[in-house]
Write a new protein. Structure first.
Length: 476
């Protein structure tokens, strides 16, 4: 038992991610999941769309009844639809460097791996990567880099962000750069904020401190408290959109679901705004990494429940699934709450630009969904979702509590839908295959007609006309 007390407002990781509270929650959930009246009460609260607590979420994770499970899925689906509509926001990761001083046992970039080619992109190479990404149609990137104070200091990351925003190839532009770099200082978070980043993303990997310390035996990342308190420092540094997540399969998933939600409750309690996104990666094979070494691997069935329960517990939070997951699995989780997808991704340094050999050998993980962005856009259209390249909110100053206040009042969908249609129209004009162009145009025609506000519908129609005439970058 930890010597610290659970305190949602505490600045100390041991207190806001309190091991004793998580264990007590899991024990409580084992019994409470058999209490039908209590489960009904939690489902009723879930339907209201205001979120449920980590204790209530743990009960829904534990319920065995198949009928209840279907209701959990239905509520998750309805909440996502109600808050965000049927748009799915697209993004791609961009790996800058795989030099790393850490010893994370599940990642091929760990410092002791001698078999992986190491590289760090120059600004010219970043330019080539960004042009390749723009030529696919991407507008939103997640910047990734290993932790290496000498080879990839904050100055390198800041310079790279500047380079990325400065490139405009044909009609292309990267309009939002989210950043996933190692835990750092308040001062460095302020510098990232000033560089115009969207969300600062950092996965906890596992909230279980003992497991975390085993999985991170060496390097600065081995300091669990410093890592876990990173989002607090990011918020203190002025970044109000932060993205949390756990790498499912590293440790007990029940523990990590509760940990994610306690983290969200902490940020909401201390800063008045919870995480902007939750990511749910699962462990994948890679160079030097065999998922069979991780006995806590999560099945597709459990994974779907995790996504649904997180959606119910944190209804206003974006939920992200990457190309680590297969097409079939992505379809399952899109249906129960996922709102952002990566597409056409490369997880290797230099993977996008032509002529770079050995790129796949340096991949951080094997990709399950190898389809091109155009194939994914076509597939989403078939499933009835609007593939969206929208980046409007942070560019309109709708971040942190301003964003959450709109989301909580059910108003953000009024921006998401027309922005999705307009950015999809740009994609169709500039990058789509003929088949996707036809299907996308049908969806735009159909959905533009049913935009509820007369004013928004009129402006959207005018903007769509302007996009067809070659103008770009409209947003609500
Ligand atoms: Fe380095 Fe990140 Fe891989 Fe750990 S997970 S070895 S910090 S790149
Ligand atoms: Fe995301 Fe805001 Fe665009 Fe909706 S309007 S898709 S919340 S950036």
């Amino acid at each position: 038992m930890s010597e610290f007390k659970y305190d949602v407002m505490s600045e100390r990781a041991d207190e806001f991610i309190h091991d004793g509270e998580i264990r007590a929650t899991l024990e409580y959930a084992q019994k409470a999941c058999k209490d039908r009246a209590l489960v009904e009460e939690i489902l009723k609260k879930a339907e209201e769309g205001k979120g449920i607590s980590h204790r209530e979420a743990a009960v829904l994770i534990e319920v065995k009844d198949k009928e209840i499970e279907e209701r959990i899925f239905a509520i998750a689906r309805q909440l996502k639809e109600k808050i965000y509509g049927n748009r799915i926001v697209m993004f791609a990761p961009l790996y800058l460097s795989n030099h790393c001083v850490n010893g994370c046992v599940y990642c091929p970039y760990h410092a002791k791996n001698k078999t992986i080619p190491r590289r760090k992109l120059t600004q010219e190479e970043i330019r080539r990567e960004v042009i390749a990404l723009q030529d696919m149609g991407h507008k939103r990137l997640a910047l990734e880099t290993g932790e290496h104070p000498k080879l990839s200091p904050i100055e390198y990351v800041l310079e790279s962000i500047d380079t990325i925003y400065s490139i405009h190839h044909k009609n292309g532009a990267i309009r939002r750069v989210n950043v996933n770099i190692a835990a750092t200082t308040v001062e460095n978070y302020t510098r990232l904020k000033d560089a115009g980043i969207g969300t600062y993303i950092l996965f906890e990997e596992t909230y279980n401190k003992a497991a975390y310390e085993q999985l991170h035996p060496t390097g600065p990342k081995s300091d669990w408290a410093y890592h876990t308190e990173a989002m607090d420092r990011a918020m203190l540094g002025g970044i109000d959109d932060v993205g949390v997540g756990a790498l499912f399969g590293l440790s007990n998933y029940r523990y990590d679901v509760v940990g994610i939600l306690m983290h969200a409750e902490h940020l909401e309690a201390r800063f008045g705004v919870g995480p902007h996104t939750i990511s749910v990666p699962r462990i994948r094979p890679a160079d030097d990494i065999d998922p069979n070494d991780f006995p806590d691997a999560v099945t597709d069935e459990v994974f779907r429940r995790i996504v649904a329960v997180l959606r119910i517990a944190a209804p206003y939070t974006g939920m992200i699934v990457s190309t680590r997951e297969s097409k079939a699995c992505r379809e399952l989780v899109l249906d129960v709450g996922v709102s952002q997808l990566s597409g056409g991704s490369k997880t290797s340094v230099g993977g996008y630009a032509e002529g770079i050999v050995d790129a796949e050998d340096s991949a951080q993980f094997d990709i399950s969904d190898n389809r091109t962005l155009d194939e994914i856009v076509g597939w989403l259209l078939e499933l009835g979702y609007i593939p969206s390249f929208c980046t409007a909110c942070y560019r309109e100053g709708r971040t942190g509590d301003r964003f959450m206040s709109l989301a909580k009042r059910g108003l953000i969908g009024n921006c998401c839908a027309p922005n999705a249609l307009m950015t999809l129209a740009e994609y169709l004009e500039d990058y789509a295959s003929p088949r996707v162009k036809i299907e996308g145009a049908k969806m735009i025609d159909r959905l533009t007609q049913i935009i509820p506000s007369d004013k928004v519908r009129r402006i959207t129609m005018e903007n769509l006309k302007a996009i067809a005439e070659g103008k770009r970058d409209f947003r609500f």
